[in-house]
Design a protein around this ligand. Structure first.
Ligand SMILES: *Cc1c(COP(=O)(O)O)cnc(C)c1O
Length: 223
C-alpha cells in the first residue's frame, strides 16, 4: 500500500513541469497514508471538510512544513475555522464569503492566500462566480485587503469531452489574464488552480499552476 503510494506519486511527479504545484487531495484518506505521501516528498495537502482536516492536522503536527489547502465549499459558519487552519483557500466562491473571510482575517491578524472559484459553464452541482458577476464584484474584492487574492480556481462540469474541458481551462486562463490587465492593487491573478485526476494533463496544457489530485495518488475513495 505505502510502496504503491510512493510509486504513484513518483509516476505523476516525473511528468510534471516544475512550474506546477502538486496538491495531494486527502479527503477520506487516513493520517497514516498522508504521512507516507509526506515521506514521498509531498508538502501540499488539500482537504474539503474542516473538521476532518483539523483532526488530521493534529495527528500530523510534527510535520511542520506541510501547507494545507482548503478546496471544498465553505459555509460561512466555518469561515473562521477555515482561516485558522488553512493558509490557502481555493474555493472562495462569492462576495459575501470573501467579505466575511476578510473581516475574520483582520480580527485574527492573518492574510490568507485565496483563489476565486469560477464557473465558466453553467453547473448546478457547483458553486462559484459566473463571469459577469465576478467582473461586477472586482472593485469590492479589491477592498478585501486582508485577503491575498492569488488567482482563479475552476472545476469543469462532468460529462465534457477533452476539447470542451480544454476550452474551460483556456477560458479560465484568459479570464485571469483579463483581470490581471486591469491592474487592481489587491488582486493578483498568477495562480490557476485547475486539474484533477481525470483532467490534469489538459489543465497543465492550458497553463495550470496548481493541480489537485486525489484518486490518481490514493485510489478510489469510498463514498
Ligand atoms: C476531491 C477533489 C479533488 C480531487 O479529485 P480526484 O478526481 O480524486 O483527483 C480536486 N479538487 C476538488 C475541489 C475536490 O473536491
Amino acid at each position: 500500500m505505502i510502496d504503491s503510494i510512493h510509486e504513484r506519486i513518483q509516476a505523476v511527479r516525473s511528468k510534471l513541469p516544475d512550474s506546477v504545484r502538486l496538491i495531494a487531495v486527502t479527503k477520506t484518506v487516513s493520517s497514516e497514508v498522508i504521512r507516507s505521501a509526506y515521506d514521498a516528498g509531498i508538502r501540499d495537502f488539500g482537504e474539503n471538510r474542516i473538521q476532518e482536516a483539523i483532526n488530521k492536522q493534529v495527528d500530523l503536527q510534527d510535520l511542520t512544513d506541510i501547507t494545507w489547502h482548503f478546496i471544498g465549499h465553505l459555509q460561512s459558519n466555518k469561515a473562521k475555522k477555515a482561516i485558522q487552519h488553512f493558509p490557502w483557500i481555493h474555493s472562495v466562491d462569492n462576495l459575501k464569503l470573501a467579505k466575511r473571510l476578510n473581516g475574520l482575517a483582520a480580527e485574527l491578524g492573518v492574510s490568507p492566500l485565496v483563489c476565486l472559484q469560477v464557473k465558466i459553464l453553467p453547473d448546478p452541482t457547483k458553486s462559484g462566480w459566473h463571469i459577469p458577476q465576478l467582473m461586477e464584484d472586482l472593485p469590492a474584492l479589491n477592498q478585501c485587503k486582508n485577503l491575498q487574492i492569488q488567482g482563479l480556481m475552476t472545476i469543469p462540469p462532468r460529462g465534457l469531452n477533452d476539447t470542451e474541458i480544454i476550452d474551460v481551462f483556456n477560458r479560465t486562463k484568459e479570464l485571469a489574464a483579463e483581470i490581471q490587465s486591469q491592474k487592481w492593487s489587491h488582486i493578483q491573478m498568477e495562480q490557476l488552480s485547475m486539474g484533477m485526476s481525470g483532467d490534469y494533463h489538459l489543465a497543465i496544457q492550458a497553463g495550470a499552476t496548481m493541480i489537485r489530485l486525489g484518486t490518481i495518488l490514493f485510489g478510489e475513495r469510498r463514498p
